[in-house]
Design a protein around this ligand. Structure first.
Ligand code: SF4
Length: 405
């Protein structure tokens, strides 16, 4: 039975991270998952990511217990189920953070920061909590859906980053220190480049890590980037995976098909999906989702422009043309045979199957595509039986076309 041994280490550091949010040693900043975490850490904040909590609610399948609470409060059941489950969990005064990590409840924010590079929903979601906790809220609103990111966009985003400084200084009680900011950016860069190498190991013939494993091992790059802990963790994981490649070990030996996953994970069905693909001889080796935390433009010698660029040029914030180019490059890098689009009911922003991209990308790349419907947290939008049938048929068709071509 193939097992990634580093998982135990990851569980330990994630547990320590969550407990640190309640230790009272540092003030706490809430931040969006692709938000200005480096800047916040440079002021000495511990950083908490509500989206990570949303993923936990999805993975523990508790989200559906909480979503109705947010609906009662006026939120539509068709908006981001991270938002509705997180708000509902808070309103109900319950969270798996208590049972899984021994916290007393939701960590309390001293300041809240968001970046709409991923969606407008985060602004609504985080504003709800700023009102609840009566704490300052700051936001970055970069231009969206661009083919190319030019100097004009970078200048604008840098200005917005710098506007946050006085609020952070007041809440933290610390003056902005550019050297500290550079140090954090350097640590984030080191961790994100290791994460990139971790993901790239799955281009091996016998891949040592799948997309589904990646959704678990990405925890530290989301919540601990900018720390030595993240660098140390991804060094350990990378060593293990490289050793496994050298020994011909992986989660599947010589898969018959290599699949790309586009869109959000279905958090409550990670294990089921993983087993479904491997039992059909398929390896899901790459994804837009796990790649979202590769910020290879970070540069400690140019911390403002490089962070502004890295956070503005992410996949979710780009035009359809730019996204298709990125996907085509990944297809080649990972030797992809087919792509599965998860058309996520409550996340319009991270679903790319609604405007004909599957058809257009199939025409330009020749890579077959399948669209399945589901959701990140709300399993009422996911039909397991229908999805299994669609995926098995799709994999069979790819295998047949490989035989006849
Ligand atoms: S990108 Fe989608 S899942 Fe993430 S916060 Fe925005 S709407 Fe929710």
């Amino acid at each position: 039975m193939y097992k990634i041994q580093s998982t135990e280490k990851m569980k330990r550091i994630m547990g320590e991270y969550f407990l640190s949010l309640e230790s009272g040693e540092k003030k706490v900043a809430w931040c969006t998952s692709v938000g200005p975490a480096e800047l916040l850490r440079s002021f000495g904040f511990e950083v908490y990511f509500p989206e990570n909590h949303g993923a936990l609610l999805g993975a523990t399948r508790t989200a559906m217990d909480y979503i109705p609470e947010a609906i009662k409060c006026g939120y539509s059941g068709h908006v981001c189920s991270y938002t509705t489950s997180d708000i509902g969990s808070y309103l109900k005064g319950d969270t798996p953070l208590k049972t899984h990590y021994g916290l007393q409840g939701h960590p309390k924010p001293d300041i809240i920061a968001y970046n709409t590079n991923q969606c407008r929903e985060v602004e609504d979601w985080f504003t709800f909590f700023a009102n609840e906790f009566k704490c300052p809220i700051v936001g970055i609103h970069p231009p969206r859906h661009l083919d190319e990111i030019t100097q004009d966009e970078i200048d604008l985003v840098v200005k917005q980053f710098k506007k946050i400084i006085p609020v952070c200084e007041e809440v933290s009680g610390n003056k902005f220190n550019e050297d500290k900011f550079k140090e954090v950016v350097k640590r984030s860069k080191d961790a994100t480049l290791l994460w990139q190498k971790v993901l790239r190991t799955s281009s091996a013939d016998t891949p040592p890590i799948s997309f589904f494993d990646g959704t678990i091992h990405m925890g530290p790059i989301v919540v601990l980037r900018g720390t030595e802990t993240a660098i140390d963790y991804y060094s350990t994981l990378l060593n293990e995976l490289e050793e496994n490649i050298a020994n011909g070990q992986g989660f599947i030996k010589n898969p018959r098909t290599r699949i790309f996953w586009e869109g959000m994970p279905i958090w409550g069905k990670i294990r089921m999906m993983s087993d479904l693909f491997t039992s059909n001889g398929a390896a899901v080796v790459a994804s837009t989702y796990c790649s979202s935390w590769i910020f290879d433009k970070f540069d400690e010698n140019d911390p403002w422009e490089s962070t502004a660029r890295a956070y503005t040029e992410i996949f979710i914030n780009r035009s359809e043309k730019a996204k298709m180019k990125m996907l085509s490059d990944w297809f080649k890098e990972y030797n992809i045979d087919g792509i599965v689009y998860h058309d996520t009911k409550t996340c319009f922003n991270n679903s790319n199957a609604k405007f004909g991209m599957p058809q257009r990308l199939k025409e330009s790349s020749g890579i077959p595509a399948l669209v399945i419907e589901g959701d990140l947290c709300d399993l009422r939008f996911f039909s397991e039986g229908q999805s299994i049938t669609k995926i098995e048929t799709f994999l069979e068709q790819i295998e047949e076309s490989k035989v006849y071509n």
